[in-house]
Design a protein around this ligand. Structure first.
Ligand SMILES: C[S@@+](CC[C@H](N)C(=O)[O-])C[C@H]1O[C@@H](n2cnc3c(N)ncnc32)[C@H](O)[C@@H]1O
Length: 199
């Protein structure tokens, strides 16, 4: 068995043992351990949250005084301590809906984006589609994120990586690329850690 497959199976097994809905949960646990993105009492929103592994982790990290909201095209099974919206990141009304959900004069402390498009298998197309989804996430983030807030954006690596990371750097004090151990080595996904939203 190849090392990468062994590692994938290891995280799948761990997710089952620890009651996480997806092995993706370990990516957020590892990223948060390194970068302290989510804190107790934070208000967190995740774009592309199904089946809910990251939402489970976020709910644990914010504790009972925090707030966690997930968005996805797909329906997800309810999770204690979190709310969900079924919809698309490119819905023109989304920003308004999110701000209404969080309440008047309030914003989110953390934005998480783990969206993946339906993949065609043609890498250039999948890369551009994924970056386009994530650019929508950035546009929404700019309207809903608290000053000095943090974010994580998944990206598929490709020709537009550099320009998109530069765009992110205009809005955050610190931007770093990270590949957590739970992310498959053969997958070209990367996570952009964005700290200190400039507002
Ligand atoms: C890799 S999964 C997310 C896994 C999740 N973070 C977890 O921990 O379980 C990617 C998700 O992005 C969602 N997605 C794709 N396009 C989207 C869009 N336009 N708006 C919202 N979500 C979208 C998919 O439906 C899919 O559930």
């Amino acid at each position: 068995m190849k090392l990468t497959k062994a590692r994938r199976d290891q995280y799948r097994k761990l997710a089952k043992q620890q009651g996480y809905r997806s092995r993706a949960a370990f990516k957020l646990l590892q990223l948060n351990k390194s970068y302290k993105i989510i804190k107790n009492s934070d208000k967190v929103v995740e774009f592309g949250c199904a089946p809910g592994g990251w939402i489970q982790v976020a709910t644990q990290l914010v504790g009972p005084s925090g707030f966690v909201l997930g968005l996805d095209l797909k329906e997800i099974n309810p999770l204690a301590g979190a709310s969900f919206i079924k919809g698309s990141i490119d819905d023109p009304l989304l920003t308004q809906i999110l701000l209404q959900t969080i309440g008047p004069n309030d914003k989110f402390d953390v934005v998480l984006s783990d969206m993946s498009p339906n993949v065609s298998g043609i890498w250039e197309i999948d890369h551009e589609r994924q970056i386009s989804l994530t650019r929508h996430a950035l546009l929404v983030s700019i309207r809903i994120l608290e000053r000095r807030g943090n974010a994580i954006y998944k990206i598929f690596q490709g020709v537009s990586t550099r320009s998109f990371v530069n765009e992110l750097a205009e809005h955050f004090a610190l931007v770093k690329l990270s590949k957590p151990p739970a992310s498959r080595q053969e997958s070209s996904e990367l996570y952009v850690i964005c700290l200190g939203f400039k507002g």
